[in-house]
Unconditional design. Structure first.
Length: 524
């Protein structure tokens, strides 16, 4: 069991077993105090009138009754009606030690009593200095310099510019190296450089005229291999194609940017063992900087502090964000080697300076939170105590392979993707208009668990502080929601709340079956 300080003060959520009804949480005003109901209605109205949500079709959003998070406690979120939800995606892959962790809370309060922010342009800052030393001490050996920014996108953007500028000015640079290799299904963020690297046409296709053209290499996708090969016999043919591209383009590449072990936003696509090591060897052979984007996979989510460790890989640059502050505040870092840093040294009139930065670079509050998070990793032996819970997660997930519409389960550490398909035998996906992943998400939320899909891939990525009991709640609740939607036609309230909404050819009301029952309890 976890040694998290939350274990003694957060009541476990109700959960189902293989046969028992799944409990869910009611969200109707009938069980909500009038003052809370009116407050919720007011906030929903203001939200619909003024807030533009990311990655969200706002027409649908404005017609819905969204859950509005008002507070948090440990591994749970609490809405404006007092309902509690297990945070099954660590608040978009950021939260590490649970919400309102006392040590991190106190560190931020202490820093507030000193200074909330000062610039790093021409000044140093105590927390940013201390954090840089801590990060380089735990990062793969040789990454000795830290450049701060404020998001995963900006961490990657900085790495791109560093690699490009290095080869334009360093004594060992090669001015022919102006291109970058990126991978199919890649996602590195939403700024222009990061989007240029992206390999997901749904997100990035419309911006084509704004982007630079990378050398695009195939990434492993063993469940839907574009070459129709099988992982046990293919001999990593996708890496062979990377090698071919390197032979052809290696002389013009300044960097290869990769998400180590798992392509998260692509649907938790897991690389076969040895692929990352092979990519590092190819970079060395062709003199190309390897940029490891560990924004999603870093800080324990794969079971080690950094994913690269699992294949003994030391990148030339390491991009960090999301979990760096324990999920508290925006902060990012791009770690580089001394060799790269030296390529920017020179006299003032040489103009070798890295002319790049952000207003809130190295923000004191964020750095204080990050330092406190690293303290918690050490004091609570987070990675060590996580191992049995990772094993327990694997055990809990195994029975889901028997569900008729679960095509594939992909997992590294606590990062999990459950791909739902219309037909297991043919691996035929559902039609987009059926919105299966979204409906499962809504159905899970009715049962007290927050998850978020990537298309029809259900993503589970809980905080590292999750207990075994909470893991059982997470997996069993998602299982029940999958059954209710894929086998019984439940919509999670998607269409029942929108009678004038789009027609669904397979629409059906939630049946009175154990896994689709509406006999939950309200948590006030």
């Amino acid at each position: 069991m976890s040694t998290s300080p939350f274990n003694s003060r957060v009541a476990p959520m109700p959960h189902d077993d293989a046969t028992a009804p799944v409990l869910h949480y009611a969200h109707d005003a009938a069980g909500t105090p009038p003052c809370a109901a009116s407050r919720t209605a007011r906030l929903r109205s203001l939200d619909a009138a003024h807030v533009w949500h990311p990655f969200t079709q706002m027409r649908d959003w404005m017609d819905s009754e969204p859950c509005i998070i008002d507070a948090a406690d440990g591994n749970h979120l609490i809405d404006t009606d007092g309902n509690r939800y297990l945070d099954g995606v660590s608040s978009l892959w950021t939260n590490v030690h649970g919400h309102r962790h006392p040590h991190i809370d106190e560190a931020i309060r202490r820093q507030l009593d000193r200074v909330a922010h000062s610039t790093l342009l021409g000044l140093g800052g105590t927390p940013s200095i201390e954090l840089a030393a801590r990060l380089t001490a735990i990062a793969p050996a040789g990454l000795t310099r830290v450049f701060y920014s404020d998001s995963g996108s900006t961490a990657v953007e900085a790495a791109l510019k560093i690699a490009f500028q290095y080869h334009r000015q360093a004594p060992e640079g090669d001015a022919r190296r102006t291109r970058v290799m990126a991978f199919s299904n890649a996602y590195h963020g939403d700024t222009i450089g990061s989007v240029s690297l992206g390999g997901m046409s749904l997100f990035h296709g419309i911006y084509g005229p704004l982007l630079f053209d990378p050398v695009r290499a195939p990434a492993p996708h063993c469940y839907r291999c574009p070459a129709n090969l099988r992982p046990e016999t293919c001999g990593m043919a996708c890496l062979d194609e990377v090698e071919r591209l390197m032979r052809h383009h290696g002389h013009e590449l300044c960097a290869v940017v990769v998400e180590p072990l798992v392509q998260g936003a692509a649907g938790m696509l897991v690389q076969p063992r040895g692929w990352l090591r092979g990519l590092r060897d190819l970079c060395d052979r062709h003199g190309v900087f390897m940029v490891a984007d560990e924004v999603a996979v870093g800080f324990g989510k794969t079971g080690t502090m950094f994913a690269c460790e699992q294949e003994g890989v030391v990148p030339d640059m390491l991009c960090l964000a999301k979990g760096i502050t324990g999920g508290y505040l925006p902060l990012a870092a791009t770690l580089v080697t001394e060799h790269i840093h030296d390529g920017f040294l020179g006299g003032y009139a040489d103009f070798r300076t890295f002319f790049h930065g952000h207003t809130y670079t190295g923000n004191a509050l964020a750095c204080a939170a990050a330092l406190a998070s690293l303290d918690v990793f050490e004091e609570e032996r987070t990675l060590e105590t996580l191992r049995p819970r990772i094993e327990r997660l694997a055990t809990l997930l195994a029975p889901l392979n028997d569900l008729p519409h679960v095509g594939d389960i992909r997992r590294v550490g606590v990062m999990t993707g459950i791909e739902l398909v219309a037909d297991r035998e043919t691996r035929t996906p559902y039609r987009p208009e059926e919105r299966i992943g979204h409906r499962v998400t809504l159905e899970a939320r009715r049962r007290g668990v927050i998850v978020r899909p990537l298309g029809d891939v259900m993503v589970l990525m809980p905080p590292l502080s999750i207990t075994e009991t909470e893991l059982e709640t997470l997996v069993h609740t998602v299982r029940g929601a999958i059954i209710a939607v894929t086998e019984h036609g439940a919509d999670g309230g998607l269409w029942t709340k929108r009678p004038d909404g789009p027609d669904n050819p397979d629409r059906a009301s939630t049946p009175d079956t154990p896994d689709g029952a509406r006999t939950g309890e309200t948590v006030a």
